[in-house]
Design a protein around this ligand. Structure first.
Ligand code: C2E
Ligand code: MG
Ligand code: MG
Ligand code: MG
Length: 291
């Protein structure tokens, strides 16, 4: 009896596994169609100056408007795309779309930096080509563009050509930042050799900081590190006034999180960032000359 029950159980797991494999395969096929048919879209989360409360930039975050299942978060498709090696295609789509949208805002007088997430898989010479093309197509000034990489993307940076790619991006004027800083690869060696402009303190540190002196000390030391190495430091995942107060006390200049705004459609995000015509003038030299 035990044997047949066991067998039945295996059948059960087999068919469960089978249907999961089928579901993933279907999602993957759908994702290829989504890329082709522009079913992806971008929401933008403001990055805020902690002193003035004004937005200084936005981070673009991908969503998938699925024809049947509705609006899907990155967790529903990015791991899958990563597994299938599709992230370069996703990131290329995001870069082109985001540059176009941000260039539009700039012509409307909105001066915001545009941060984009770039998967480890995407850091190849094709990324440089895509970036050059997206900047040229859109007219967005490179200095408004920032690529967020995770520490994992830098894991084998020395011997994989990643260094060359990052140096070429930096040479274009694109800034590089380290996302989820302090949660990934346990080496800081890359900070000595790579053109990194900013680090983003992972929300787990930010959210724990008001709790205990030790947690606050971690955030403080990351801010000290940033100051010493002349890196901009952005605190992620700020949800409460208490977290913000502590960050200001510790001298953190830029923060991002639900306390200010969740990621929202572009039109809504840029309302936070509209600036006076004068300070926006010259943002887009070509557009300004055409006026
Ligand atoms: P990330 O780049 O670290 O982005 C921050 C994530 O935290 C976003 O989740 C954002 O909605 C969420 N978040 C922001 N503020 C708060 C807060 O106050 N509290 C909490 N609990 N969460 C907050 P989202 O949009 O679901 O994106 C998740 C991850 O997916 C991103 O993490 C990024 O690693 C990846 N991702 C999103 N879009 C893209 C993309 O276009 N390309 C690549 N390569 N990765 C992307
Ligand atoms: Mg990010
Ligand atoms: Mg992050
Ligand atoms: Mg992340």
């Amino acid at each position: 009896h035990a044997k047949s029950a066991g067998k039945g159980r295996y059948h059960f797991f087999d068919s469960q596994l089978e249907s999961r494999v089928r579901t993933r395969q279907r999602r993957l096929d759908e994702l290829r169609v989504a890329l082709r048919d522009d079913q992806l879209l971008l929401h933008y989360q403001p990055q805020v100056d902690t002193a003035t409360g004004r937005a200084v930039g936005v981070e673009a975050l991908a969503r998938w408007q699925h024809p049947v299942d509705g609006l899907l978060p990155p967790a529903a498709f990015i791991p899958l795309a990563e597994e299938a090696g599709l992230m370069p295609a996703v990131d290329a789509w995001v870069i082109r779309r985001a540059c176009r949208e941000a260039a539009d805002w700039a012509t409307q007088g909105v001066a915001l930096t545009l941060a984009l997430n770039v998967s480890a898989q995407s850091v190849t010479p094709a990324l440089v080509a895509t970036t050059i093309e997206a900047l040229r197509e859109s007219g967005l000034p490179p200095r408004l563009l920032e690529f967020e990489l995770t520490e994992t993307a830098l894991l084998h940076a020395e011997d994989t050509g990643v260094v060359d790619v990052l140096q070429q991006l930096a040479a274009l004027g694109v800034r590089l930042s380290i996302d989820d800083f302090g949660t990934g690869y346990g080496s800081l060696l890359y900070l000595r050799s790579l053109p990194i402009a900013a680090i983003k303190i992972d929300r787990r540190f930010v959210q724990a900081a008001p709790g205990t002196a030790q947690d606050a000390a971690i955030v403080k030391s990351l801010l000290d590190l940033g100051r010493t190495l002349e890196l901009r430091v952005v605190a992620e995942g700020v949800e409460t006034a208490e977290q913000l107060a502590l960050l200001r006390e510790l001298g953190c200049e830029t923060a991002q999180g639900y306390f200010f705004s969740p990621p929202v459609p572009g039109a809504e995000a840029v309302r936070h960032g509209r600036v006076e015509g004068e300070s926006a003038a010259g943002l887009l030299p070509d557009a300004a000359a055409a006026d």
